[in-house]
Design a protein around this ligand. Structure first.
Ligand code: SF4
Ligand code: SF4
Length: 91
């Protein structure tokens, strides 16, 4: 179970679309390049199509990633990645 975070707690009572743009961009995941094998597994499961590969490096678009806020199981990319929380982290 992931540790509670201030932004995540705020999200429970506020829809993402009503948050200031800066907050929306903070509410995203990012990939630790050193841990990523560029396998592409996370790209296939992202419900917002926020993960892409460019030049062999896999990245997450901070402005569209919503941390899988509708999922009870947390970020789907993190759950799919073989390296899990070591590779895909909260911003
Ligand atoms: S947390 Fe969810 S929306 Fe964000 S990149 Fe991962 S799978 Fe996509
Ligand atoms: S599933 Fe993990 S190792 Fe594979 S591309 Fe995504 S972040 Fe990288």
């Amino acid at each position: 179970m992931r540790a509670p975070r201030r932004v995540a707690d705020f999200r429970l009572t506020t829809s993402r679309s009503r948050l200031p743009k800066l907050w929306r961009n903070i509410m995203a995941m990012k990939i630790v390049v050193a841990e990523c094998s560029s396998c592409g597994d996370c790209i296939k499961v992202c419900p917002t199509n926020s993960i892409y590969e460019k030049g062999g490096i896999v990245k997450i678009k901070a402005d569209t990633c919503n941390e899988c806020e509708d999922s009870d199981d947390g970020p789907k990319c993190q759950a799919t990645c073989a390296s899990g929380e070591a590779c895909i982290v909260y911003m």
